[in-house]
Design a protein. Structure first.
Lengths: 548, 468
């Protein structure tokens, strides 16, 4: 396994990654994945990551060399879409038994490869290594090499057993396998000055097809998409592209950078989530292509398409603004997509009470600050319990997150929207962002929530009985106590300033604006700006009037 | 007597089978305040977790010891210790259920010894039940993991019945993993109607029935409590459902002396007649009027549905107990079980009413269904691709069922459950016929789904056949 160890070292030394570049030599050696915490870890293993990254190649047979758990528990579970071949949705596994583990699984693997070729004759077979054959020393590289020669067909070893690390590391190991064995092994039928690669785009729910028509319109050809709706031949000849876009941020940065190094294909990191981001990505693509010699009229044509699409999208979002007035959203995602979605949601009139930045880079965080103001509530790591509390206390009206935390929101009877890979709607490009806003509206305006939040009649009755005996009843009877209670309401959550303090300041100094309130109190006036505005325009309370 | 054949292929295609560890973890999910823990690399847990979440549409507690490559080489003691302490401190569980995986079985971790060491060095864990079950990925299947975990829970947590006194109204129910939370609730009502007080082990109806808890809980939100398990030895009877539960029932009897009876099937008229008679005997009460009426309704449903189900050539892929139960019911309705594929060895599969049972995968099932002209496919959701290719009606059952809602409430037990199941399957057949097999003037000669009738050889041959 020395070669796997070498590959790992190689991946951790990633000059294309800003975060990695700022580390010391020793830190870099430790790698970029955090040490997993036994008993509180979540997320997939390196095998999972490699499979996710490569499975969307639709015409390849994906053979998992391991016991039943690795493939039997996980196959056909992702929503990538194919425009043609369906072989990728067929699960192949060597289903190792105890005997194989005692005597070694290489022979079985070899036989399995032959069976697949006899049955399906795919253009290539990807063989995935898993923990157990890695432990017992099955040399899949050697088996794949022998099989490639014997059957005259590419049989590619994907050396990413689960226990070497996280899902993200698996993405990168998959990328290394493509670089080592696939990319550059075939030539395209023809090339054009408009050929591009999309790297790290998986065509989940077919969302790539919401952007592809725009590229088609511009005459830009996707030579190879790694790996959404991809074909083996396309990726094998992807080294002839003129430019590349790295779509899913860091997961395949090694592929983009090494293709730039080896084949001179310039790349940029972009995203098709969000309106401005889509425009920016189209612009960058056009710019890179023109720099590589495409006719300059591409730039103008791109701007025209952007202007048209943006106008359409903003107009489509406009009607939702009044409906979203005063609604608050909590955004919990991997983090890479955070800022691009933030912009679109704000444009639609939603207030963002928080966004996760767990996987975001410093640059991402800066952009979020730019968008949400200096007081942006950035969540590094939120436990499900905290999320539940935030929703239950109605600090947010809707949560947008990945499938793993969905029940936190739903069980609190709060609207929730899936914005990660398992979702069933496509949110890419201009069309996708409008779709996202539409879905948020559908969820927020559902009459169901109110019914669900209402307790059962007998529970409401029991509660009322209890309240009559509780100290709250005494408060209601005593206006002075009630006033104290009212004045204790927190207005600025960030700096803990209560209503009483702000009111006193307003009356003592005759304040008229939020800025003035900010000067005289500790209130930040960021997320609480609207609440302070409300106080400024409201009538003084009855007690104060009486006192005056 | 069915012939059981084992696979000769090197490559399983479209697996029917799932692994033992997640079957074991599934059993722990029916315990209150439980945290199942897979001792393996984090992918082992994450794949299982995703599968459960997609099936139940519920938050599912499942943790991992997150074995790395280095930990695998050095042994998993530290990871197991850390995992248990982390879970203990963060989620305050009532019980931790530990299942081994292929990784930790291959490197030979002695978990029983580890647990002793962990307990001796962390006295705060003294009262926390830690139940370990060995479930290597490379042996058995989902159902075996469940079987072993339940037997182990009984072994570790049930207290011996010291004074030998029994409460005749108390009944232990050991359900197989083929029963849904909905099935368990149905059984609970039936038992209670006989004046019996059942304890279900495991009780998935308490944890994965889809209720909304008042508070957020990182462990299971319901199920049978550890105390209740401890007192199961005082029950008058143990009822095991599915042959897989025989072992747990035997352990229970060996430990507490509680007599047991295994019901291999609870779907269909005769199996439920037997069940009701037994309940009447042990409770000393007549069959409640409600069930006399339900029996009549089931009989009527069978009369109405036999037109549609009778004669169907069914292809079924399921774990042994579910396969035995469902194929038995369909056989009783007049259907022919033409292709049967299962995941693992079991005593019941030889007795399935068919010629041959294959321990194989969905590719085998699809192939057999095609060559034998099956016109009804029954398996879990992974059969959807095969169903689309075969163009036959497809009934989803078993685990996982991720592309339809209500998996947790699909019923198959009792008179009422059987009645609903029969209606569902018959309706599926009717709908499929209406959508795809409307008669046309051209296809009267070869009804869809049937093999070409040997008497006919095209239009001319047909006349000859008729004369002969």
């Amino acid at each position: 396994m020395s070669s796997l160890a070498a590959t790992l070292q190689n991946i951790f030394d990633e000059p294309g990654c800003a975060k990695n570049g700022s580390k010391s030599e020793a830190e870099r050696k430790n790698g970029c994945t955090k040490q997993l915490q036994p008993g509180s870890a979540a997320g997939g293993c390196a095998f999972d990551g490699a499979k996710i990254a490569l499975q969307p190649f639709t015409d390849v047979a994906h053979l998992v060399h391991g016991p039943i758990a690795c493939e039997g528990n996980s196959w056909d579970n992702r929503g990538a879409a194919s425009s043609g071949a369906n072989l990728w949705r067929t699960a192949f596994t060597t289903d190792l038994s105890e005997t194989d583990i005692v005597f070694g699984g290489e022979k079985r693997l070899c036989k399995a490869i032959k069976e697949i070729i006899d049955k399906c004759d795919p253009p290539a077979i990807f063989v995935y290594q898993t923990c157990i054959p890695a432990m017992i020393g099955d040399d899949i590289n050697a088996v794949c090499k022998a099989a490639s020669q014997r059957f005259a067909k590419p049989v590619i070893p994907i050396n990413s057993p689960g226990f070497v690390g996280s899902k993200n590391l698996g993405n990168k190991l998959a990328g290394e396998a493509l670089l080592d064995y696939v990319i550059g092994t075939q030539e395209p039928d023809y090339t054009t000055p408009y050929d591009i690669n999309l790297i790290g785009e998986y065509n989940l729910s077919g969302e790539l097809w919401q952007v592809k028509p725009l590229l088609d319109e511009l005459g830009v050809r996707i030579l190879s998409c790694i790996s959404g709706d991809g074909k083996y031949r396309e990726v094998a000849s992807s080294h002839r592209a003129r430019a590349a876009m790295l779509v899913c941020s860091k997961s395949m940065i090694n592929v983009a950078r090494k293709m730039e190094q080896r084949y001179g294909i310039p790349f940029f990191e972009g995203s098709f989530y969000g309106i401005q981001d889509s425009s920016e990505s189209l612009r960058q693509l056009a710019r890179l292509l023109v720099e590589r010699g495409a006719p300059t009229d591409l730039l103008g044509r791109t701007e025209a398409v952007i202007a048209r699409e943006e106008a359409w999208a903003w107009a489509a979002i406009e009607p939702y603004k009044p409906r979203f007035e005063g609604k608050k959203a909590l955004l919990i995602t991997g983090g890479v997509k955070s800022w691009s979605v933030v912009a679109a949601l704000q444009e639609a009139g939603l207030e963002l009470v928080g966004t996760s930045v767990k996987k975001s880079t410093r640059k991402d965080k800066e952009r979020i600050k730019e968008l949400m103001g200096q007081d942006a509530h950035m969540i590094e790591d939120m436990t499900p319990r905290e999320m539940y509390k935030m929703l239950k206390d109605a600090k947010a009206d809707i949560m947008l997150s990945g499938g793993k935390s969905q029940f936190v929101a739903l069980k609190a009877s709060m609207p929730w929207l899936d914005i990660n890979q398992e979702r069933c709607h496509a949110y890419m490009g201009y069309v996708g962002m409008v779709k996202l806003v539409e879905e948020i509206d559908k969820s927020l305006s559902s009459p169901m929530w109110e019914q669900l939040r209402r307790p059962a009649p007998w529970e409401a009755l029991a509660k009322a009985m209890e309240q009559m005996r509780s100290p709250m009843a005494t408060i209601a009877d005593n206006p002075a106590l009630a006033e104290t209670e009212r004045r204790a309401t927190k207005i600025c959550v960030c700096n803990t300033v209560d209503l009483g303090t702000i009111e006193d300041a307003i009356y003592a100094h005759g304040l008229k604006s939020v800025a003035a309130v900010r000067e005289h109190t500790n209130a930040v006036g960021g997320c609480c700006q609207r609440r302070i505005e409300d106080i400024l325009v409201s009538e003084p309370s009855a007690l104060r009037q009486a006192a005056e | 007597m069915a012939i059981v054949t084992a696979p000769t292929k090197a490559c399983a295609v479209n697996p029917l089978k799932m692994s033992q560890p997640i079957g074991g973890a599934f059993a722990f999910m029916g315990l209150r305040g439980a945290m199942p823990l897979l001792h393996g690399s984090q992918g082992c847990t994450s794949f299982g977790l995703t599968l459960f979440v997609r099936h139940f549409k519920e938050a599912v507690p499942l943790q991992t010891t997150a074995m790395s490559e280095v930990a695998t080489v050095l042994g998993g003691y530290d990871n197991l210790e850390q995992a248990i302490l982390n879970i203990y401190n963060r989620t305050k569980p009532k019980i931790i259920g530990i299942c081994s995986t292929g990784v930790t079985e291959t490197n030979g971790d002695d978990v029983d010894a580890y647990l002793k060491l962990i307990r001796s060095s962390h006295p705060q864990l003294a009262k926390l039940p830690l139940v370990y079950v060995s479930t290597p990925d490379f042996k058995g299947a989902f159902q075996d993991g469940w079987e072993r975990a339940v037997a182990r829970i009984v072994e570790v947590l049930v207290e011996p019945n010291a004074n030998g006194l029994r409460d005749p109204s108390k009944v232990n129910v050991l359900p197989g993993c083929h029963l849904t939370p909905g099935d368990l609730d149905e059984l609970r009502v039936i038992l209670e109607d006989f004046g019996l007080c059942p304890s279900f082990l495991p009780d998935l109806a308490g944890s994965l029935d889809g209720h909304i808890p008042d508070e957020f809980t990182p462990t299971t939100i319901g199920g049978i409590g550890v105390d209740e398990i401890a007192s199961m030895g005082r029950a008058g009877w143990t009822i095991a459902i599915g042959a897989q539960m025989q072992r747990a029932a035997e352990v229970m009897q060996g430990k507490t002396g509680a007599p047991f009876r295994v019901f291999e099937r609870l779907c269909g008229l005769c199996p439920n007649d037997e069940f009701m008679t037994f309940l009447s005997e042990i409770s000393g009460r007549p069959i409640p009027l409600k069930y006399r009426r339900q029996r009549g309704q089931l009989a009527d449903a069978m009369l109405d549905a036999h037109f549609h189900i009778g004669g169907r050539k069914v292809a079924i892929g399921a774990e042994p107990d579910l396969l035995f139960d469902l194929s038995g019911m369909l056989h009783d309705m007049g259907a022919q079980v033409t292709a049967a594929v299962t995941t693992t060895q079991s005593g019941v599969i030889e007795r399935i009413k068919t010629k041959e049972v294959l321990i194989g995968d969905l590719e085998d099932l699809e192939g057999l269904a095609k060559t034998r002209h099956c016109d009804l496919l029954i398996t879990h959701s992974h059969g959807r691709q095969a169903a689309a290719r075969l163009k036959v009606p497809f009934y989803r059952t078993g685990f996982p069922m991720f592309d339809r809602l209500g998996a947790g409430h699909q019923l198959s037990v009792g008179y009422r459950g059987t009645r609903n199941l029969i209606f569902d399957i018959a309706n599926l057949v009717i709908a499929h016929r209406e959508e795809n097999d409307q008669p046309t003037p051209d296809k009267w000669r070869t009804a869809a789904g049937l093999p070409p009738y040997s008497g006919y050889r095209g239009p001319i041959g047909a006349d000859e056949g008729a004369i002969a």
